[in-house]
Design a binder for this molecule. Structure first.
Ligand code: ZN
Ligand code: ZN
Length: 353
């Protein structure tokens, strides 16, 4: 089998050959057919998250070891199953999306079905090796979700950008059709949020992105409005569009600048800012805002296995307009990461081994 690996943090990934493993116990061997390139792969490649003021969350200090195979938006065909690998609907020769946000399986969050909140995560492509490879071992067939009827290059993106968008939409507190929602960042996750919004929030949805092409793409995909956050009068325009401010903002970028912009676009009182992006930095805000503006500031991190099943079912029912997807051979992983870092990607790039 082949893996496209980070061999030194921040240096080009290298393609290496390994013996194809045999699944043991409940393990399942999956031949990867598509793997999305997510923005967080850039941080994994660099080996750290920027905490601001020169501080870093270093991946090696939390147990991620080199060489490391990124990739957590995986679709693939089951080619072998361990002797104890049994789950309804999972069989060899069939293709599935792999749920990558796998926990320890024993703690409270895991037993409640919130493995994405497990304090001892085994996330594929983040803690354990991922899908920039020809094959991957999945610890149990229960993490495989069928996607019959959908293109694999689209279905795989729902494992991260789909569930992340779905879970974040659920945290906005938007319940009424007069409550406007603003999405900051129209990349892969933002575009999937736009596609999933009609199934989860009743109010109008606008997008803010500095890239005019991405704004056009968002308007074509159903955004009620698209704003340029670098325009001097942008906050007034958002306030006008939303009749006094957005009820909620989801920040898919996650920089201090985007979070501050999001806060300034919210209603005067009772609004919610959901931060999803991991770009990095440090946010300062006046503490009295929290009580005086009855402000909710919260984060959202990926989603649950149930979220993935829901998103794939909605997509199969034709309720999720497809985001633009660009196929590239796995050998182009370095170029794909460089294009993503430079902001040259519309929707999602998907690597095909
Ligand atoms: Zn991701
Ligand atoms: Zn756990």
């Amino acid at each position: 089998m082949r893996r496209c690996e980070v061999v030194a943090w921040g240096k080009p990934l290298e393609m290496r050959e390994y013996p194809t493993p045999e699944p043991r116990g409940s393990e399942v061997l999956v031949r990867v057919t598509a793997c999305g390139v997510c923005h967080s792969d850039l941080h994994i490649h660099q080996g750290y998250f920027d905490l601001g003021d020169g501080e870093r969350l270093v991946l090696e200090e939390r147990g991620t070891r080199l060489p490391f195979t990124p990739g957590h938006e995986i679709a693939g065909e089951v080619v072998a199953m361990g002797p104890e690998a049994e789950a309804p609907g999972v069989e060899t020769g069939r293709e599935y999306v792999v749920f990558p946000w796998i926990g320890c399986g024993r703690c409270g969050p895991c037993l409640r079905g919130e493995e994405n909140l497990c304090p001892r995560p085994r996330f594929l492509g983040a803690y354990e090796g991922g899908g920039y490879a020809s094959h991957i071992l999945v610890p149990h067939p229960r993490y495989l979700v069928p996607f019959d009827g959908l293109p694999r290059e689209l279905a795989c993106t729902y494992a991260c950008s789909g569930v992340t968008a779905w879970a974040a939409l659920g945290k906005t507190g938007v319940r009424r059709d007069d409550q406007a929602l603003l999405l900051i960042g129209a990349g892969g996750v933002g575009m999937n949020a736009l596609a999933l919004a009609p199934s989860r929030v009743p109010g109008p949805v606008a997008v803010a992105d500095i890239d005019p092409e991405k704004r056009e793409l968002a308007l074509g995909a159903g955004a009620a409005a698209a704003f340029d956050p670098s325009a001097p009068d942008v906050v007034e325009r958002v306030q006008e569009w939303s009749a006094g401010g957005a009820w909620a903002v989801i920040d898919f970028v996650g920089r201090p600048e985007t979070a501050r912009f999001g806060l300034s676009c919210l209603v005067a009182k009772g609004g919610t800012l959901v931060v999803v992006g991991l770009y990095g930095g440090r946010l300062e805000l006046p503490m009295p805002w929290l009580p005086l503006r009855a402000l909710t500031l919260r984060g959202s991190y990926v989603g649950t296995l149930d979220d993935l099943r829901t998103v794939l079912r909605l997509a199969q029912e034709g309720k999720v307009p497809p985001i633009p997807v660009t196929r590239r051979p796995l050998e182009e992983a370095n170029a794909a990461l460089a294009d993503l870092a430079a902001g040259r990607v519309r929707g999602r790039q998907v690597l095909v081994p």
